[in-house]
Design a protein around this ligand. Structure first.
Ligand SMILES: Cc1ncc(COP(=O)(O)O)c(C=O)c1O
Length: 283
């Protein structure tokens, strides 16, 4: 089955799909996006993703390209046309096409792109054996709560991780506190069993997976504190993990050159991972 993309009102073959060269997303990174998981043919936490999309658009004063009801139909149609049962949907909205000028154009209409693809299999060992992260300075702008397509700092960070033989890079603010990964939220479990993740301020994206895991932690009767944690605290933690829509919840077993605990995924981490996978699979 060949892939189909939705681009600005039309369903087109994915390999032929393109945007106009003066699309402001292309020239300025002037747009926002969402990535939703499809699990057993249903969308995981769709309402939270659509609410975050609406918030990102409002923060950047980009008009919604269509009603939420219409967007839901387009997303489902793209899933259907691509035969996706387990995979992801990518939704992007840019401010539109206009002669290149920094200030908002008067007339541009927002451009919506929706694509879908079948699940890429992440190495199953990541879930059972854990992954390594490095720490890097957080060089991003001060509104990381907005899911902007301008991801160059995240791209550079992920590349640094790859070149260091690590899976992810945890970004560190000027005060030495971990903000988040380049495409994931960051978590630790302290020695008294408290789960810690940074509060959802402007320094991080409030991950949909993060929110689901916070609910799971509550349901499990575990203690959670949303606060900044330092690199030193993370390295001394009992457990560490990361979360995102595409990766679910993965144990972190090494930070830079330091092994977390005994180098094995933590027991609480594995329990939360199991619960999260069940949450994603449930209708
Ligand atoms: C910078 C950043 N933080 C966190 C996340 C995790 O967010 P979510 O759980 O909504 O996928 C992402 C996902 O793309 C991200 O790009």
């Amino acid at each position: 089955m060949s892939r189909i993309a939705y681009v600005d009102g039309q369903y087109v073959p994915h390999r032929l799909a393109g945007v106009r060269i003066e699309d402001r997303g292309y020239q300025f990174g002037d747009g926002v996006y969402e990535v939703l998981a499809v699990c057993g043919a249903h969308l995981v936490d769709e309402a939270l993703h659509l609410a975050r999309l609406a918030r990102s658009l409002a923060e950047l004063r980009i008009a919604a390209p269509m009603s939420e009801a219409a967007l839901k139909l387009v997303v489902r149609e793209v899933i259907r046309r691509n035969g996706v049962v387990d995979g992801i949907v990518y939704v992007q909205v840019t401010r539109g096409v206009a002669p290149r000028e920094h200030a908002f154009p008067r007339t541009a209409e927002p451009v919506l792109v929706v694509t879908a693809r079948r699940k890429r299999t992440t190495d199953p060992r990541f879930g059972t054996q854990g992954v390594a992260v490095i720490t890097i300075p957080d060089i991003r702008w001060q509104r990381c709560d907005i899911k902007s397509v301008a991801l160059i700092a995240n791209v550079l960070g992920k590349q640094r991780a790859r070149e260091a033989g690590a899976f992810e890079a945890w970004q560190v603010d000027r005060d030495g506190f971990v903000t988040e990964g380049t495409s994931t939220n960051a978590w630790v479990v302290t020695n008294d069993g408290t789960v810690v993740t940074r509060q959802a301020d402007h320094a991080i994206l409030n991950g949909v997976t993060r929110r689901a895991v916070i609910d799971i932690i509550g349901a499990e009767g575990c203690r959670l504190v949303e606060r900044p944690f330092s690199v030193a605290e993370a390295k001394a933690a009992r457990e560490a993990f990361l979360t995102s829509t595409t990766l679910d919840l993965l144990p972190v077993v090494r930070i830079d050159d330091d092994v977390i605990s005994n180098g094995e995924p933590g027991l609480l981490t594995l329990r939360l991972r199991e619960r999260y996978l069940a949450h994603a699979a449930a209708k």
